[in-house]
Design a protein around this ligand. Structure first.
Ligand SMILES: Cc1cc2nc3c(=O)[nH]c(=O)nc-3n(C[C@H](O)[C@H](O)[C@H](O)COP(=O)(O)O)c2cc1C
Length: 191
């Protein structure tokens, strides 16, 4: 039995990016994290996902695109404070990875299953980084649904943002949050 893995999974908590700082994973660690994220169940082996990594200056450069999207798409004229927060959105963590779902028509592998595989890759990414001691947070926020951010990510028609996985070092440990009682979510089928 792998007690370490069980302990990790039993205690796992997301850490909000505001509670993250450097360091993030090294290049070798990030490669390992992405390799593990790419090792998920995948009906018909379609590889129905891809990853876009943001690190270093690219985070702030992308932040400019986020601020432009905010200005163009928000129903109210955003304040300068809001725009600065948008410019810094990806600066909250040393590494941000956009997980992109890409579905292709394939008999036997419905769209739903391809999207689930992409979700699994985001979760594997979080667990791999957590196992290395890094904090993670899987967020969509408004940017996952913004037409201009779709454009900035060069998303094709068949692609959607599964989430942005923030990876960094926790500055404080999040408290436990209540989890569902198993009795509420588990039943045993009987005839
Ligand atoms: C697809 C997806 C999108 C999410 N987007 C957000 C988000 O935009 N904002 C947010 O506060 N939490 C979001 N979450 C929830 C967090 O990732 C996290 O699960 C939550 O804060 C609870 O923490 P826990 O993972 O420790 O239970 C999202 C989760 C999923 C699965």
């Amino acid at each position: 039995m792998d007690a370490t893995t069980l302990a990790l999974l039993k205690s796992r908590r997301s850490v909000k990016p505001d509670l993250m700082s450097a360091p993030g994973p090294s290049p070798a660690q990030l490669e390992e994290i992405l390799t593990i994220a790419a090792r998920v169940p995948d009906h018909k082996k379609l590889v129905p996902w891809r990853f876009v990594v943001f690190e270093g200056d690219a985070r702030r450069a992308f932040g400019e695109r986020i601020a432009e999207a905010c200005k163009a798409e928000d129903t109210m004229e955003p304040s300068e404070i809001r725009l600065e927060a948008e410019r810094n959105r990806f600066m909250r963590a040393p590494v941000v990875v956009a997980v992109i779902s890409r579905v292709s028509p394939k008999p036997g592998a419905p769209e739903w299953e391809q999207i689930l595989s992409a979700g699994a890759s985001a979760m594997n990414m979080c667990i791999a980084a957590n196992a290395m001691g890094y904090a993670t947070c899987w967020l969509t926020e408004w940017i996952a649904y913004s037409p201009r951010i779709r454009e900035a990510l060069a998303l094709a028609e068949n692609e959607r943002v599964v989430g942005f996985v923030y990876i960094g070092t926790a500055t404080s440990r999040p408290e436990e949050r209540p989890r569902p009682a198993l009795a509420d979510v588990v039943s045993r089928w009987s005839a």
